[in-house]
Write a protein that binds this ligand. Structure first.
Ligand code: UDP
Ligand code: MG
Length: 336
């Protein structure tokens, strides 16, 4: 047994679990009790960090009520809805455990799988991520678009993001600290963790349907999430623009040559309006499309350049270092 293994799971290990919640009033009590029931078996002291991502329903109220009777429970509330990936990041920043789990609030990912992940961690694995065998309750469109997306991103980026993987995972403290040291604002967590390296292992599981409520990822959010992933991990769309531009220029050269030959050596040179019309439309379309691609990158550079904090907290409850003022404007909480 090496040193890393000896430190894992011995006395003094704390298991932190991050749960992002956005309008989850229907499930949150059940999630809380199932997490407790399943993770009791780990034998580790536990810490649950529920992140309220600006819910508009009673999620926060219920969380605070649960927290009052549960010393293992901590609650942070973001000042508004910042999105799943930022909520996860905010939760990770509050963890103190030497092993950290991330799980959705809707019980699609069974908490018992954490036990298998912990076993891998004890063997020296730093990142144990859940890989879905079955995806009950998800539309065929969601399944096939997800599959196509991961194929695409793996082909055109330099990280290999495992197929059928979400953010359900377990990470050693070292990996969490490394992840939090990455300052980017467009946080595609599963890609960032894949990029980190460290010993990683897939743990296969069956994904259930949502316990209650509806998906908080409508098509628009999913598209945005996919674009973030592609653009944070690949310059291929830009290179493709360059290549395609080169191709169009070569074709244009031929066209120009053709026009000159007609003009100089023949009398047919008023002809060719159709070709001209098509060429103008085509090149115009290509230019606008690739301006859009460049715009996506520039927009993200703009976002980074503003250097705004990733989120603001409006509330923290249940942390051992409290009492604290209700509002903090520090991205890192308040542990200065
Ligand atoms: N979520 C969040 N902020 C958002 C959207 C979602 O914190 O803006 C949370 C949500 O409460 C859930 C997890 O992210 O715990 C995954 O969302 P969901 O289950 O709706 O996504 P799906 O499983 O349908 O992909
Ligand atoms: Mg879900």
């Amino acid at each position: 047994m090496n040193r890393a293994q000896q430190q894992r799971g011995g006395a003094g290990s704390l298991f932190s679990v991050v749960i992002p919640c956005f309008n989850e009033e229907e499930v949150i009590r059940e999630t809380h009790s199932q997490l407790h029931a399943a993770l009791q078996k780990s034998g580790l002291p536990l810490e649950f960090i529920f992140v309220d991502d600006g819910s508009a329903d009673r999620t926060l109220e219920i969380l605070l009520e649960l927290q009052r009777n549960d010393p293992a429970m901590r609650v942070v509330a973001l000042s508004r809805n910042f999105g799943h990936q930022v909520a996860v990041t905010a939760g990770l920043e509050q963890t103190t455990g030497n092993v950290v789990g991330i799980i959705d609030a809707d019980l699609q990912d069974p908490p018992e799988v954490f036990l298998e992940m912990l076993a891998a961690w004890r063997e020296g694995i730093d990142v144990a991520y859940g890989q879905r065998r079955e995806r009950a309750g998800e539309t065929a469109f969601k399944r096939s678009s997800a599959k196509a997306f991961y194929r695409l991103i793996n082909r055109i980026s330099d990280v290999d993001i495992p197929l059928d993987t979400g953010d359900f995972r377990l990470m050693d403290r070292a990996a969490v600290d490394a992840l939090l040291a990455m300052p980017e604002r467009d946080r595609f967590v599963r890609g960032m963790v894949a990029w980190l390296g460290f010993p990683q292992r897939a743990i296969a599981y069956d994904r259930a349907a949502r316990f209650a409520g509806e998906t908080k990822y409508p098509l628009k959010k999913m598209l945005r999430f996919a674009t973030d992933g592609l653009i944070s991990f690949s310059l291929v769309p830009l290179r493709f623009a360059t290549l395609f531009g080169g191709l169009v220029i070569s074709l244009s050269m031929l066209g120009i040559l053709y026009a000159l030959v007609l003009r100089i050596f023949t009398n047919d040179w008023v002809e060719g309006w159709t070709l001209l019309f098509i060429a103008v439309l085509f090149i115009g379309g290509v230019q606008i499309a690739f301006l859009g691609v460049i715009g996506e990158y520039v927009g993200r550079i703009y976002g980074e350049a503003k250097r705004r904090p990733l989120y603001f907290l409006k509330l923290r409850a249940g942390f051992p270092d409290q009492p604290k003022p209700a509002a903090t404007n520090d991205r890192h909480g308040d542990d200065a």
